[in-house]
Design a protein around this ligand. Structure first.
Ligand code: UDP
Length: 267
């Protein structure tokens, strides 16, 4: 395994050549970055949890007919995926105002948007992934009109499915980022969902407490990021948790204490 060829190292994942042509191995790291790489750190165990969460979400999306690059999980930190040509666009789906849109448009964080909004950013770290419109995508030929129709309709279906999936475990899906790729079959190509779906690229708030269960804990120095990622996995039924029952209200302070081996604070 150690002699396989590394293709690319990103901020949260390393890509290796897969065992068969047309396949790639995605290795999930614990590294975390924010604000276009200006803030760097690690979230212990994040790679293992994101690998599991992304496997779960991609598998469920394939069950509703969304074509994805996911083939199978190989081990704790790796999954086998189809090689594809990544479309250089980050697709951001928003249900509730948070993050960059609040600054850009002067919105209050937590304000529900009048309807679901899809935004596109040009994938370029040096430029800070600038917001673009469909006109830019067409002008620079980053994706065809037909590909954008597939991408936007898949993004809406994914959002509808994920809103329900998370609502069922008392999580509000605020926004998230998707990446798509193309796979070629002779002269034809088609769009598939690529990359990952995990608390690194989603905003997930507890429905009752409003507690953030995603990378904003790291971005905003809120602490408890390991516990928050674990909580999402636990509610999705992906983790055994001996001392809490499903549906129990998440208490980050007790969770943090438990992770550090201290008894939870008296209530
Ligand atoms: N996002 C991401 N990668 C990026 C930019 C955004 O995964 O490079 C996700 C982010 O986690 C959030 C959503 O896309 O769930 C919208 O992010 P936003 O534009 O508000 O940017 P941010 O506030 O994260 O800088």
């Amino acid at each position: 395994m150690s002699r396989r060829r590394q293709i690319y190292e990103g901020k949260a994942k390393i890509l290796y050549e897969g065992p068969e042509p047309g396949t790639i191995i995605q290795y999930f790291k614990d590294d975390a970055t924010a604000f276009n790489n200006q803030k760097k750190g690690t979230i212990s165990g994040k790679g293992v949890i994101n690998n599991r969460i992304s496997e779960h979400v991609f598998t469920r999306l394939s069950h509703i007919g969304i074509p994805t690059h996911f083939i199978r999980r190989l081990n704790m930190r790796e999954q086998l995926v189809r090689q594809c040509e990544i479309v250089p666009i980050e697709v951001v789906v928003r249900n509730v105002a948070a993050g960059s849109i609040c600054k850009r448009l002067g919105l209050e964080e937590g304000e529900p948007l009048p309807h679901t909004l899809i935004e596109y950013c040009y994938k370029d770290d040096d430029l800070g992934d600038p917001l673009i419109g469909e006109e830019h995508i067409a002008c620079f030929n980053w994706a065809s009109h037909e590909e954008m129709q597939d991408i936007s309709s898949m993004a809406i279906r994914i959002n509808d499915f994920m809103c329900g999936m998370f609502a069922a475990i008392d999580i509000r899906l605020i926004d998230f980022k998707l990446e798509f790729g193309r796979i070629f079959d002779g002269d034809f190509s088609r769009i598939i969902l690529a990359d990952e779906i995990s608390p690194d690229g989603c905003r997930l708030w507890d429905i009752n407490s409003g507690e953030k269960l995603d990378k904003d804990r790291f971005r905003r120095d809120l602490g408890g990021e390991e516990g928050a990622y674990q909580e999402v996995a636990r509610r999705l039924g992906l983790l055994e948790n001996e001392d809490s029952t499903p549906g129990e209200v998440f208490d980050l302070s007790s969770h943090r204490s438990r992770l550090r081996g201290k008894p939870p604070p008296a209530k």
